[in-house]
Write a protein that binds this ligand. Structure first.
Ligand code: DC
Length: 221
């Protein structure tokens, strides 16, 4: 029997990556972080100083770039043309420029095709912005993970400062606002709850609480 495919979407700082990773781990499923794929391509475009407004060139870059996700215990390693870029794709420079890559139609077409292939075997938890709406519209279960803006700012601030960055809460608030704007308002593949997705508000829940809730819904399949 084919194992289920789970789609998880939500805004930055909602806790969806942590939840998706833990859910995949508990089920023994493959975890696919599609944001990491957009980030890896952004890193390459920045390195070769590609014109970030030239969508055709970005599309060609997407088609000729090899991005691999590899499960390494509880973490996910990201390879860009064979090079481990797991840490580098989380840099502020990549985060600030990923919107150019994510809004380019030819890039999204290429990414969506790659992601569908990764998901088609079953036994996957795929996480992103357009998974339930565009990439895997027939997923067995879809979740939309959200939290209040203030809580998302607080979580992001804690996470970044835990990683050695020294950003004020106000700076994080501004960054998150900009990211939300580009995620929600993209012409193609914007962040949107699929009609058949189950909304989970994590504002007052612990990560473990969310994981348990998501798992119980999946197990009732
Ligand atoms: O999940 P993340 O924050 O690492 O994703 C980085 C960016 O990639 C996000 O701001 C928008 C883009 N993205 C996207 O456009 N579509 C996806 N399925 C996943 C991420």
């Amino acid at each position: 029997m084919r194992r289920p495919v789970i789609a998880i979407d939500g805004p930055a700082g909602s806790g969806k990556s942590t939840v998706a990773k833990l859910v995949a781990q508990r089920l023994g499923f493959l975890y696919i972080d599609t944001g990491a794929m957009y980030r890896a391509l952004t890193l390459k475009a920045l390195r070769i100083k590609e014109d970030l407004n030239d969508e055709a060139k970005l599309g060609a870059l997407a088609r000729t770039t090899e991005i691999k996700l590899e499960q390494a215990g509880s973490s996910l390693k990201v390879y860009l043309d064979g090079e481990d870029v797991t840490s580098e794709i989380r840099s502020p420079e990549v985060t600030n420029n990923v919107k150019y890559i994510a809004r380019a139609k030819p890039v999204r077409e290429c990414m969506v095709a790659k992601q569908r292939k990764l998901g088609e075997e079953g036994g996957t938890v795929m996480e992103g912005r357009d998974i339930g709406t565009v990439v895997l519209p027939d997923a067995d279960k879809k979740f939309y993970i959200d939290a209040s803006f203030d809580i998302r700012v607080g979580r992001r601030h804690k996470e970044l400062n835990g990683n050695g960055a020294s950003l004020t809460e106000e700076e994080v608030r501004k960054d998150l606002k900009t990211r939300d704007e580009s995620d929600f308002n993209r012409a193609i593949g914007p962040l949107k709850k699929a009609d058949d997705a189950i909304a989970v508000d994590t504002t007052d829940l612990t990560i473990e609480g969310v994981v348990d809730k998501v798992l119980s819904i999946i197990k009732a399949l």
